[in-house]
Design a protein. Structure first.
Length: 383
């Protein structure tokens, strides 16, 4: 530190010494580089021309962590202010790993927490390296107003590897990232219980075989994407199937891509798993004849989810193995051509939109048709 420049040391909640202050600027070609604290730093003419619309994420967004003499796994965090953006933007920053013995001092992770939710897993990280000076990385985050997000930098120490991990010059730029791909809006997906759910992640930018693309759940669980397809030289898409649709639920997922230049992060979209409907009550018996039954399906009270797009009546004899199913398109329904004095079991099937939308049959109505009358003499045959 140059003479006259004061450096204030803070201790993180987990005991790592941090250097916190205003803006920092790399000066000269010292090894390790000299970091000078700049209060109210104004960009030079050159900087202004190169970045006509940029701002610091926060005046003083830097972190330097001394990992010497620390236990493995100790962490220090730099939390940026909450961002509420309504247009395409890019966050970039510089990071630096230094060590006298050229062994990596630890790891640097970046998290993106949305709407005050869980921190989850990192969307970007680097470890096992010692950098040759400062390295630039970008974050292309597609979360927009009315939603908000917070970027969290996390330094993790490695025992027996003394050195420094630094983050500096965190900026929010009012234009797309140059290297990190930007995702288009991720759409919600609705399926019925037990069916395949597939998200499609579409991003603008160039796809490389070295890029890592995955789906991240709200709680941080990661799912690798299966298929990536290049649409054109400026856009690519990827699809992933979500395995767990075994029960009714609502969960959130987002697409994440890690490229050489940084990471792209989509908005969170909902996976809505609906339960096919089942009637709570059995059909209501309205009238009985020798060869017919009038019933009311009783389909208004259900277990599961609507809307109901199809009602069916399934009936069979209680002693038989066959069954017939008829579509019901009126409030009441008449079963025709039944056998006299036979016991029937009648159930109602309900269907909601989507594949696998038919629920299990509801509780049965068990009833018997009347005996055949003797109004017609036995020796008379009717045609």
């Amino acid at each position: 530190m140059r003479p006259g420049m004061e450096r204030v040391q803070h201790i993180s909640p987990l005991g790592l010494p941090l250097l916190l202050g205003d803006a920092w600027l790399l000066t000269g070609k010292e090894n390790p580089p000299l970091l000078v604290a700049l209060v109210g730093h104004q960009p030079s003419v050159k900087e202004t021309r190169e970045e006509p619309a940029c701002r610091l994420a926060r005046a003083g967004s830097f972190m330097m962590v001394n990992s010497s003499g620390r236990a493995s796994g100790q962490k220090a965090h730099l939390l940026l202010p909450t961002l509420k953006e309504n247009d395409t933007h890019c966050i970039d920053f510089h990071y630096y790993f230094s060590s006298r013995d050229r062994s990596s001092p630890g790891a640097l992770n970046v998290y993106v927490k949305v709407n005050g939710g869980p921190q989850g897993n990192p969307v970007w990280n680097v470890s096992g390296v010692v950098t040759e000076g400062w390295v630039k990385a970008e974050l292309a985050i597609s979360t927009f107003w009315p939603h908000f997000y917070q970027v969290i930098f996390e330094s993790v120490s490695l025992k027996g590897h003394p050195g420094y991990i630094a983050v500096d010059e965190v900026r929010v730029l009012a234009h797309p990232c140059r290297k990190a791909p930007h995702f288009l809006r991720l759409q919600n997906v609705e399926v019925n219980v037990g069916q395949n759910a597939t998200f499609q992640c579409i991003a603008g930018g160039k796809w490389s075989q070295h890029d890592k693309l995955w789906l991240q759940q709200w709680n941080g669980r990661d799912t690798a994407l299966m298929v990536t397809r290049v649409v054109n030289h400026r856009r690519f898409s990827a699809t992933v199937s979500v395995a767990d649709t075994s029960q009714r639920s609502v969960s959130k997922y987002r697409c994440v891509i890690r490229s050489d230049g940084g990471s792209g992060v989509s908005n969170y979209a909902e996976l809505i798993v609906k339960e096919p409907p089942t009637p709570i009550a059995p059909p209501e018996l309205l009238a009985v004849g020798a060869t017919y039954l009038w019933i009311k399906p009783n389909a208004n009270s259900i277990i599961g989810d609507g809307p109901i797009i199809l009602k069916e009546v399934e009936y069979r004899t209680t002693t038989g193995t066959w069954a017939e199913t008829h579509i019901v398109d009126s409030p009441n329904y008449k079963l025709w051509h039944l056998d006299p004095d036979v016991e029937y079991e009648i159930r109602v099937l309900l269907t909601r939109p989507g594949e696998g939308g038919t629920g299990p049959p509801g509780p049965p109505l068990t009833t018997r048709t009347k005996c055949a009358g003797n109004d017609v003499p036995p020796d008379v045959v009717l045609f």
